[in-house]
Design a protein around this ligand. Structure first.
Ligand SMILES: Cc1ncc(C[n+]2csc(CCOP(=O)(O)OP(=O)(O)O)c2C)c(N)n1
Ligand SMILES: [Mg+2]
Length: 386
């Protein structure tokens, strides 16, 4: 005997395409003021990162990962979250963090290398940027489990890229959430690239969304450059999670228009033609076209907004510069990892303080600390000195 045991399908959602409204029935009823706010967030994200790219080239700030081209995926999903929900970012979620209260000053401080920027996360439901690819997919399972045990009517949404779906953490996290029916939303920004690895080399699956099926989780693919598709799918997924009906994996198909990070040069691995093709599907232009058609927007309003944003960004950068010039403690990153600092970290911090004070590594000057990690750290310091 051989017969089909189960069959699966994956939905794709597209509401407003580059030519206009594709499906009026699916268009969500969002008040005009909310649409205008969404546009403002999208444009702020774009202009902020464009300015950050200039500052980085001038040597004023460090490496960062721009999200240019992904603003609909970011803002369309972010606006569905409440302050009770949890937000777990990867490293390309500037727009979402802004909607959650990240100040422009702290945005710049982080890429200047100051951990102080993360202090404002205390007492929020937002986690700090996660650089190890996919790691936050495990953290979300823990947070989701906590929400379930506490019987909270909130959800946790984790963001990651197409590349992260090749990491074990993504599979472990999604499986755990499926098995325990946790209130989590996995939001994949499939921007077609993991640094220089194109999507076609990432997986043999046709979609990322279908990976949910293996874990008994609902998966859906959306046009990630369409604010409305992203909004509808995320709202559905979050409501489902808050009602205790389990997790969802959303794949937002988008395109990273800019470089992976400021240390990258995409011209060596992708064509100008491809970039031009995707520029025609630009999420901000598409949303603006919609607003103009609805008579909610015009060039005068656009000019005024551009001016305000420019000023906001300039002011935020100035505040960050002032902080940098105030001779801040460069070692605050030791303080924000644990509630109580373990002895080995305390010891490392002291070493670093002495090192910075005298620019002089302490060979044998300190006793080996008690507790794990200390001995290894002593060895490392000595090696570094040699
Ligand atoms: C565990 C781990 N391996 C490798 C890296 C180096 N790295 C940083 S970003 C990246 C690609 C991530 O691609 P994707 O998940 O698609 O996210 P995107 O950068 O496109 O937003 C890699 C390999 C890392 N940070 N962490
Ligand atoms: Mg990617």
């Amino acid at each position: 005997m051989r017969k089909t045991l189960q069959e699966f399908s994956i939905d794709i959602l597209s509401i407003v395409n580059p030519e206009g409204i594709e499906d009026t029935k699916l268009l969500p009823k969002i008040p005009p003021q909310e649409l205008l706010k969404a546009y403002r967030w999208m444009l702020l994200t774009r202009r902020l990162e464009e300015q950050a790219l200039r500052y980085q080239r001038q040597g004023r700030i460090g490496t960062f990962a721009p999200s240019i081209g992904q603003e609909a995926a970011a803002i369309g999903s972010a606006l569905c979250l409440t302050s009770e929900d949890w937000f777990l970012p990867s490293f390309r979620e500037t727009g979402i963090a802004l909607t959650r209260g990240l100040s422009i000053k702290n945005y710049f401080l982080y890429i200047m290398g100051f951990e102080d920027s993360n202090k404002e996360l205390k007492n929020t439901h937002d986690l700090a940027i996660s650089i190890p690819v996919g790691s936050q997919c495990v953290h979300v399972a823990g947070i989701g489990w906590g929400l379930k045990l506490d019987q909270k009517k909130a959800a946790a949404m984790v963001y990651f890229g197409d590349g992260a779906t090749s990491e074990g953490d993504f599979h472990e996290g999604l499986n755990f959430c499926g098995a325990l029916n946790l209130p989590c939303v996995f939001f994949c920004q499939n921007n077609q690239w993991a640094i220089s690895t194109p999507f076609k080399n990432q997986t043999a699956s046709q979609t990322i969304a279908q990976k949910a099926i293996a874990y008994g989780v609902k998966g859906i693919q959306v046009d990630g450059n369409d604010f409305f598709s992203v909004y509808v799918a995320t709202q559905e997924a979050l409501n489902k999670a808050r009602k205790g009906e389990g997790p969802t994996l959303i794949e937002a198909v988008t395109f990273r228009q800019s470089l992976h990070t400021t240390a990258d040069d995409p011209s060596v691995y992708r064509t100008k033609n491809l970039e031009e093709e995707w520029k025609k599907k630009d999420p901000i232009l598409r949303f603006k076209k919609f607003l103009e058609k609805e008579k909610l927007w015009d060039s005068q309003k656009e000019d005024a907004l551009e001016q305000t944003l420019k000023e906001e960004i300039r002011k935020g950068y100035e505040e960050a510069e002032n902080f940098r010039n105030s001779n801040p403690d460069p070692l605050t990153f030791f303080d924000t990892v644990y509630e109580t600092m373990p002895p080995y970290l305390q010891w490392q911090k002291e070493c670093a303080q002495k090192n910075i004070a005298g620019r002089n590594v302490i060979k044998g000057a300190l006793e080996k600390p008690r507790g794990s990690g200390g001995a290894a750290a002593v060895g490392e310091l000595e090696e570094a000195q040699d």
